[in-house]
Ligand binder design. Structure first.
Ligand code: DGL
Length: 253
């Protein structure tokens, strides 16, 4: 007798501390028709000033929740989670490494720099203090700078005014210019959501380097999964904040 063929429909789970992952969803949606479930832990965002232990615990909970909802492929759209003990978390959660991508994993795989580049990583306290990006850049013989924004992700979560965001952004941008950075890496997925503010500030202070958004590499990795689906996108949050509602409506297809 033939064995029954059990077919599990692929479902992509994208998760972040809050709304930052929408910048990753935007890149991913253009390369796959897979059904996507986006989860934002807005009730506990931002994660960036929390301890590694706490962030690991939250990540485990999120993955368990996505598994219950039949997610088959996982995208950590949060650098502050991507730099934790992901191998252990995946093992404990019973997820194969081949069905998981995160920001740092893809950055390591795909980023390329010309000789003589100096890249500064902009990120949360958790991401910067983990040293994960710095390690990759050093391996690639790129001179490294770093700048931790302690409040920026939280301000974006709360939809702060452009003026307030500009003020915070300009402190990091001036520092990048001062150290002679040729590239700025968006090491927090919240930051590309306000790329216009970063770009305006770059123009105002006459910094003419290049911004790198690792979410583009996530899309590249996801496209290799060749997942097919109905292109449904659903959204879930631990708290549906004003910003979450606004962005989920924007990205609803
Ligand atoms: N968007 C996240 C990241 O890429 C988290 C920011 C935060 O919650 O502080 O790091």
């Amino acid at each position: 007798m033939d064995e029954p063929v059990i077919y599990t429909k692929p479902k992509l789970g994208i998760f972040d501390s809050g709304v930052g992952g929408f910048s990753v969803l935007e890149e991913i949606r253009s390369v796959t028709s897979a059904d996507i479930l986006y989860f934002g832990d807005c009730a506990r965002a931002p994660y960036g000033n929390r301890s590694m232990g706490e962030i690991c615990m939250f990540m485990k909970e999120i993955i368990a929740n996505l598994k219950l909802q039949e997610v088959t492929h996982f995208v950590s759209a949060c650098n502050s989670m991507s730099v934790t003990m992901t191998d252990k978390i995946l093992k404990d959660s019973g997820i194969e490494n081949s069905k998981y991508v995160d920001m740092i994993k893809v950055f390591k795989e795909y980023v390329k720099f010309d000789n003589g580049s100096k890249a500064i990583i902009f990120g949360t306290k958790a991401t910067i203090s983990s040293g994960a990006y710095q390690e990759v850049l050093t391996e690639k013989n790129v001179e490294v700078g770093q700048y931790a924004f302690k409040t920026l992700a939280g301000l974006i979560e709360r939809k702060a005014s452009d003026g307030d965001l500009y003020e915070v952004v300009s402190s990091g941008m001036n520092y990048a210019k001062k150290i002679g950075a040729t590239h700025i890496i968006y090491g927090c997925t919240h930051y590309p959501l306000i790329s216009k503010i970063f770009e305006n500030c770059a123009r105002d202070i006459k910094w003419d380097g290049e911004f790198i958004n690792p979410a583009k590499y996530v899309a590249k990795a996801v496209s290799k999964w060749n997942l097919e689906g109905e292109k449904n996108t659903s959204f879930e949050a631990s708290e549906v904040t004003y910003t979450f509602k606004f962005l989920s409506e924007k990205y609803e297809i």
